[in-house]
Design a protein around this ligand. Structure first.
Ligand SMILES: *[C@@H]1O[C@H](CO)[C@@H](O)[C@H](O)[C@H]1NC(C)=O
Ligand SMILES: *[C@@H]1O[C@H](CO)[C@@H](O)[C@H](O)[C@H]1NC(C)=O
Ligand SMILES: *[C@@H]1O[C@H](CO)[C@@H](O)[C@H](O)[C@H]1NC(C)=O
Ligand SMILES: *[C@@H]1O[C@H](CO)[C@@H](O)[C@H](O)[C@H]1NC(C)=O
Length: 366
């Protein structure tokens, strides 16, 4: 009797399931096996509490324009020593949203050994984005990146807003390293706004690109708001033009503002860069550091002019430094390779050493 009723119930349930209209556009992913087919057929995707297996990329490449993806709950990425990335999203006019309370957890604490990308364990990069045609990534919460957090490449126009990147657990025993918040390469038209980054390397590092606005950022614990230019031998790939950082805070960081060019690359140019209304606190090395002397990841003290810096505006850039190594402003440029530095309202207190500049910006005494 009981089993008959059970059978009746079960068949009623299966009829109910079959009767539910199949909406092809709206699809859920709760299991990694579902990823490929959902990405192929759906345009409104919800990823819920997904466990991505170790050594796999959660690869969301959309052929259709205008797909929406929502992350819900906790997305985790299993531990394996490899190069990653853990997550890759590629598409046109896509919208990617982190639902309230959602988190993408890279489990960096299982990898950190103080060596970052320079040795020790192989660590996967976390999140690679290639997104164009007005794509928008909103309210994404990244936790504990093993090494670099977000790489944006071949993108734009693209907006990232309301992000929270938290690698602050990597401060413990200085184990987190090279945990850049956002690395940007080969992109035209990017806005990053209303973001919080707690990490151990650059908050933002621009390698190449044009027409960027970064606003309302809060950067803690890392290396500041950076341009790092000249890692390519192709001139077009060493160009950074029209970049504005505004209304932002950099705290407890090695640098506030850092622009470095690499001497052992091809030609290039850095042009039309503005930092306005930047407030710094507890900077322990340089509040502002402009250097044209990088080689193999280190400053050499011998600047070269292969990547001139033309037009660097600082407006209302101020704050405090701390500790024995602190220097407000350090500029080392090759002869004639830095021009149109127009600074106003730039002032710092609390540094252990004096500023040191090979060229003096207009509006600043050094
Ligand atoms: C600089 O980039 C911003 C943001 O993309 C854009 O609105 C502005 O028009 C650009 N300015 C120039 C001179 O290209
Ligand atoms: C940026 O991309 C170019 C190729 O498009 C590559 O040569 C270069 O190494 C990349 N730079 C970084 C820092 O990833
Ligand atoms: C200024 O910087 C130059 C180049 O790095 C260095 O050789 C010099 O010792 C510095 N001077 C002071 C006073 O720190
Ligand atoms: C420098 O900036 C100030 C303040 O923004 C501006 O008034 C001035 O015209 C600029 N000077 C040059 C040479 O660009």
């Amino acid at each position: 009797m009981l089993s008959l009723r059970l059978i009746a119930l079960l068949s009623a349930a299966s009829i109910a399931v079959q009767a539910t209209p199949v909406v092809d556009s709206s699809c859920a992913i709760t299991n990694f096996d579902q990823v490929a087919s959902v990405v192929d057929k759906c345009t409104d995707i919800v990823i819920s509490n997904l466990e991505v297996p170790a050594g796999e990329t959660l690869d969301l490449e959309f052929k259709k324009t205008g797909v929406k993806v929502t992350f819900e709950g906790r997305t985790t990425f299993g531990y394996k020593e490899w190069k990653g990335p853990l997550l890759r999203i590629k598409g046109k006019a896509i919208t990617v949203v982190g639902a309230e309370g959602s988190v993408l957890d890279g489990q960096g604490q299982l990898y950190w050994d103080g060596k970052g990308g320079n040795g020790g364990k192989d660590k996967p990069k976390f999140f690679k984005i290639k997104a164009t045609e007005g794509s928008h990534f909103k309210n994404i919460n990244l936790l504990n990146c093993p090494v670099q957090c977000t790489s944006i490449d071949h993108s734009g126009p693209l907006t990232l807003s309301g992000w929270n990147i938290d690698v602050s657990a990597g401060d413990k025993n200085n184990l987190g390293h090279n945990t850049d918040g956002f690395d940007i390469n080969t992109t035209d038209g990017l806005v990053i706004e209303d973001a919080i980054v707690k990490n151990q390397d650059d908050c933002i590092a621009v390698n190449q690109g044009t027409n960027f606005v970064f606003s309302n950022l809060e950067c803690y614990g890392g290396h500041g708001l950076s341009l790092s230019v000249g890692t390519s031998h192709d001139i077009l790939k060493n160009t950074v033009r029209n970049v504005t950082f505004t209304n932002s805070v950099v705290a407890k960081s090695r640098n506030g503002i850092h622009i470095k060019t690499h001497t052992n690359s091809g030609q290039g140019i850095i042009e039309d860069i503005t930092y306005s209304n930047i407030r710094m606190t507890d900077i322990w090395k340089y509040a502002v550091n402009i250097e044209q002397d990088y080689k193999q990841g280190k400053p050499t003290g011998h600047p070269t002019d292969n990547i001139p810096i033309k037009g660097l505006t600082l407006k209302q850039v101020s704050g405090t430094l701390t500790g024995d190594e602190s220097v407000p402003v350090y500029i080392i440029c090759a002869d004639g390779a830095c021009s149109n530095f127009n600074w106003s309202g730039v002032s710092f207190t609390g540094a252990a050493h004096k500023s040191n500049c090979t060229m003096i910006p207009t509006g600043f005494s050094c």
